[in-house]
Design a protein around this ligand. Structure first.
Ligand code: G3I
Length: 305
């Protein structure tokens, strides 16, 4: 294949990117998007603050624009994200207890129903585990509604769209030896054994000097896949430049290709200047939209897979 999407498709995988609705009028951006990518994740437009800015008043303008873009270019869509401690609207931030439990389940039901039939996979719950060595859940207003809030979220999503894949998504879960990775693994294992509907695990994969691609990355992906779920690389970016960065991108791509149930890779933005990171060059295209060495490394890996 001569593009990321077509090369990934050789092995039945997708290659995606995060998209901002506000950039769809940028012809350089949209040109690369339509040429290269076969999956789209809205970077912010389907988050709780965007879709339910006031309680029970739903707003789908940005999300619908991105869904229309995906449909027009024949790309699949990853929904991101239904339940998260981040980017909660003000009304939800101050909520607790059964009121919050009811509100988040209503949110999930409404948003999943709105996008029913259009979503390949939903990040149902995002970043619910603590960093560091505790292996505990992250404290949040959602967690304080009861430890079963995650499975309640997955059940509500399944009821609203039985055909979308339902994912748990997190960062710093790439190193198999880390407590956070092990804790997420045990949750997925528990959900699978009790029939809680979960179909996939997303590995955000934001890598930098402090958090490099771990040597056991492929092992982590395979171990999760062996629980009977798909694994997806959902927000890939890697700090650095030149051949070192290209080599890291190649390693990640090859890890996915080595795992049968690794369904695809999504990078978290198109050009370096589109990245959420305030500085650095973590993506596959430079600020002018030119392909970087990292792009070529990924494309070659996909074509050799
Ligand atoms: O839209 C408002 C705008 O109206 C306002 O004037 C401006 C002033 O700050 O802020 C704009 O909102 C920003 C939004 O991005 C849209 O650009 C927020 O401040 C900013 O915090 C938000 O950042 C996003 C971040 O999530 C927030 O949590 C990034 O774009 C987005 O890339 C990032 O994505 C997350 C994933 O969802 C989850 N995993 C980690 C990843 C990277 O942090």
């Amino acid at each position: 294949g001569t593009t990321l999407g077509s090369a990934a498709n050789r092995t039945g995988r997708y290659f995606g990117t995060a998209v901002s609705a506000s950039k769809l009028s940028d012809s350089v951006y949209t040109g690369i998007l339509t040429r290269e990518f076969s999956m789209i994740t809205p970077e912010n437009e389907m988050k709780i603050d965007a879709t339910e800015p006031n309680q029970n008043q739903f707003s789908y303008t940005g999300g619908d624009r991105i869904a229309a873009q995906a449909a027009s270019q024949g790309a699949r869509l990853r929904g991101h994200t239904l339940a998260w401690h981040g980017q909660q609207p003000g009304w939800m931030q101050s909520m607790e207890g059964t009121t919050l439990r009811q509100a988040i389940l209503n949110h999930i039901t409404q948003v999943v129903t709105h996008y029913r039939g259009k979503i390949y996979a939903w990040d149902v719950v995002n970043e619910a585990f603590a960093d560091g060595g505790s292996g505990a859940r992250r404290d949040s207003n959602l967690q304080r509604t009861g430890n079963d809030w995650i499975e309640a979220a997955f059940r509500a999503a399944r009821a609203a769209d039985p055909d979308a894949k339902l994912c748990y998504n997190d960062y710093n879960t790439d190193d198999w030896t880390q407590a956070k990775t092990q804790a997420v693994y045990r949750m997925v294992q528990d959900f699978r054994s009790r029939g809680v509907p979960i179909d996939c695990v997303g590995f955000q994969s934001h890598f930098n000097a402090n958090s490099p691609v771990p040597p056991n990355y492929r092992t982590t992906l395979q171990n999760f896949a062996d629980l009977g779920v798909d694994v997806q690389i959902t927000e890939l970016d890697i700090e650095g430049s030149g051949t070192t960065q290209a080599s890291n991108f190649r390693t990640v791509t090859e890890a996915c290709l080595a795992v049968a149930r690794c369904a695809g890779i999504t990078v978290w933005g198109i050009r370096d200047t589109d990245s959420w990171r305030s500085s650095g060059t973590p993506l596959l295209f430079d600020g002018n939209g030119q392909k970087k060495a990292a792009y070529t490394a990924v494309l070659d890996a996909l074509n050799n897979g």
